[in-house]
Design a protein around this ligand. Structure first.
Ligand code: C2E
Ligand code: SIN
Ligand code: SIN
Ligand code: FE
Length: 445
C-alpha cells in the first residue's frame, strides 16, 4: 500500500477539524474570560462608587460639624440647607451624586430630607425607597447596598454622623446615583479586556497552530502506517492459506468484494462491514492446520476426512483471536459454515444465533466456491450455481439475504468474471480504503 498517498489524502480534513477545534476553544476561553472580567470590573466600579458615596457622607459630617454639634432637636433649617448642598454638587463628582438624602436624629426623628427634582428618574428612586421600607439605622449601624433601576446602578448608604466629641448625633441615609461616566468607564474597561483576551487567545492559537498541525501530521502518518500494516497483515495471512489451498488469493479477493456488496445491499453499518472485510479475508485461515492429503484431495472426502476438515473453523478462531485488531474477524471465521436450519458446523446454530455478517459471508463463499474450480470439482455455470443456492434458501441460507443476493448476483458475476489477481486486489483496496480510514480508526477529532 502507498502509505504517503494515504496520509496526504487525510490531511485536509484533519486541517479543517483542527482549525474548527481551535476556534471553538479560543471562543470558549474568550467568553469565560469576558464573563469573569465583567464581573470583576463591575465589582471594582461598585466598590469605587461606594467609597465615593461614603466619602461624601464623611465630608458632610466634617463640613457641617458645627451644625451637628449644635443640633438640639429644634434648629433644623441649617442642616436642611446643608442636605440640599450635599445633593447639589453633581458636576464635581465623576463617580456619581446623591439624588436623595435624609437626616434623622438618634430618636429616629426626621431632621431634614432632600430629593433632587432635577433628576429624571427621581420618581422611580423615591418609589424604590418607599417600597423597600428600609428601617432607619439603629445606633452604631451603617450599611451600603447596590441596586438597579432600569439597568442603571444606584448605591444606598446609611451612616452615623458624629459630633466633634465622637458621639453619634444623627444618621444620614442617601441614594447615590452612579454617573453615566462611571457606567461607560465600566463598559470601556470590559470591552478593552475582552479585545485584549481575544487578541491573546488568537495570537496563542496562531503560534500553536503549526506546532499542533505538525504533531497531528506525524500522528496521522504513523496511524496510517499502522493501519496499512494491519491491512497488509490481513492480506498476508489470507494469502498464506490461499497459497496452500488454491495457489492464488483470487477467491479471498472475490468473496470479500461479493460479501461487501451484499452487506451494502442489506444495509449493514460501516462497523459491521469492517468486521466482515476482516472475516472474509481470513475465513479459511484455519485450513493452514489441515493436512495436504485432505486439503488437496481430488475426490470426495470420507467422513473422517470431513470431520478433520471441519476443524478449520476452530483453528481459524484460534488464530484470529490472538490479535486484537483481528478479533473482529471472529464472527465470520467462527460461523461461516453454520446453516440457518441448524445443520451447520461447528455450533449447529439456528438462523437467529448466526451473526448477520456470517450469514452474508456464507452466501458469498458458497457462490464463489461453486463458480470456481476446486481440487475436488469443476466450476458450475452461473445458472447452476444460483440453482444450488436457491435449493439452500431457508435451510442453508438466510432466505431474505438469498433474495437480495439474487438481485445483484448476475451483475457481480459478470463484473468479476475473468479478472486477474492484480485487478481484483486493486478493486478490493479501493473498497477497503473507503471503510478503513485513519480519521475513523485513530484520530476521532
Ligand atoms: P470450499 O471449497 O471453499 O467450499 C466452501 C463451501 O462451499 C463448502 O463448505 C460448501 O458449503 C460449498 N460448496 C463447495 N463446493 C460445493 C459443491 O460442489 N456443491 C455444493 N452444494 N456446495 C459446495 P463445506 O462443504 O463445509 O466444505 C468446507 C471445505 O471442505 C471446502 O471449502 C473444501 O476445502 C473442503 N471440501 C468440501 N467438500 C470436499 C470434497 O468433496 N473434496 C475435498 N477435497 N474437499 C472438500
Ligand atoms: C457481526 O456481524 O459482527 C455480528 C452482528 C450480529 O450479531 O448480527
Ligand atoms: C492490502 O492490500 O494491504 C490489504 C487490504 C486491501 O486489499 O485493501
Ligand atoms: Fe471454510
Amino acid at each position: 500500500m502507498d502509505t504517503n498517498q494515504h496520509s496526504q489524502s487525510k490531511t485536509p480534513s484533519i486541517h479543517r477539524a483542527l482549525v474548527r477545534r481551535l476556534i471553538y476553544t479560543a471562543l470558549a476561553v474568550a467568553l469565560i474570560v469576558a464573563i469573569v472580567v465583567t464581573l470583576l470590573e463591575r465589582q471594582r466600579i461598585v466598590d469605587t462608587v461606594v467609597d465615593r458615596a461614603l466619602l461624601r457622607t464623611a465630608q458632610f459630617n466634617q463640613q457641617h460639624q458645627a451644625l451637628l454639634d449644635a443640633y438640639d432637636g429644634s434648629d433644623r433649617a441649617g442642616l436642611q440647607h446643608a442636605l440640599a448642598q450635599l445633593a447639589n454638587n453633581r458636576l464635581m463628582e465623576r463617580a456619581g451624586f446623591f439624588v436623595l438624602a435624609e437626616l434623622y436624629d438618634r430618636t429616629q426623628t426626621p431632621i431634614g430630607e432632600f430629593t433632587d427634582q432635577g433628576f429624571d428618574r427621581i420618581d422611580a428612586v423615591v418609589n424604590w425607597i418607599e417600597r423597600e421600607q428600609r428601617p432607619i439605622p439603629a445606633a452604631g449601624e451603617y450599611f451600603k447596598d447596590g441596586f438597579w433601576i432600569d439597568s442603571r446602578p444606584y448605591i444606598h448608604v446609611a451612616t452615623p454622623m458624629t459630633s466633634s466629641k465622637g458621639d453619634v448625633v444623627a444618621y444620614l441615609q442617601g441614594i447615590y446615583a452612579v454617573s453615566r461616566a462611571a457606567g461607560s468607564d465600566l463598559n470601556q474597561r470590559v470591552l478593552r479586556a475582552i479585545v485584549m483576551v481575544i487578541g491573546i487567545v488568537l495570537a496563542t492559537t496562531a503560534v500553536l497552530y503549526p506546532v499542533i498541525l505538525n504533531l497531528m501530521r506525524k500522528l496521522t502518518r504513523s496511524s496510517a502506517n499502522l493501519l496499512d500494516s494491519n491491512l497488509e497483515m490481513l492480506q498476508v495471512l489470507g494469502s498464506a492459506i490461499a497459497k496452500r489451498d488454491s495457489d492464488t488469493s483470487d477467491h479471498n479477493f472475490r468473496v470479500t468484494i461479493i460479501a461487501v456488496r451484499l452487506a451494502e445491499a442489506a444495509g449493514l453499518d460501516a462497523g459491521k462491514i469492517k468486521s466482515l472485510i476482516k472475516g472474509a479475508f481470513l475465513h479459511d485461515v484455519g485450513k493452514i492446520a489441515i493436512t495436504d492429503t485432505i486439503l488437496h484431495k481430488a475426490g470426495d472426502l470420507d467422513d473422517d476426512e470431513f470431520r478433520i476438515m471441519k476443524t478449520h473453523v476452530g483453528h481459524g478462531l484460534d488464530i484470529v483471536e490472538r490479535a486484537a485488531w483481528l478479533k473482529d474477524a471472529a464472527p465470520v471465521v467462527g460461523n461461516h459454515h453454520e446453516k440457518c436450519d441448524g445443520s451447520g458446523y461447528p455450533g449447529g446454530l439456528d438462523q437467529q444465533s448466526i451473526p448477520v455478517s456470517a450469514r452474508i459471508f456464507a452466501i458469498a463463499d458458497v457462490f464463489d466456491a461453486l463458480t470456481s474450480r476446486r481440487p475436488y470439482k469443476e466450476p458450475f455455470s452461473f445458472e447452476e450455481s444460483m440453482q444450488i443456492l436457491q435449493e439452500g434458501r431457508g435451510t442453508h441460507f438466510d432466505p431474505q439475504l438469498i433474495d437480495m443476493f439474487a438481485t445483484i448476483a448476475h451483475g457481480l458475476y459478470e463484473h468479476l468474471a475473468g479478472r486477474g489477481t492484480d485487478d481484483l486486489r486493486t478493486e478490493l483496496e479501493t473498497i477497503t480504503r473507503s471503510y478503513f480510514s485513519v480519521d475513523s480508526e485513530a484520530l476521532s477529532i
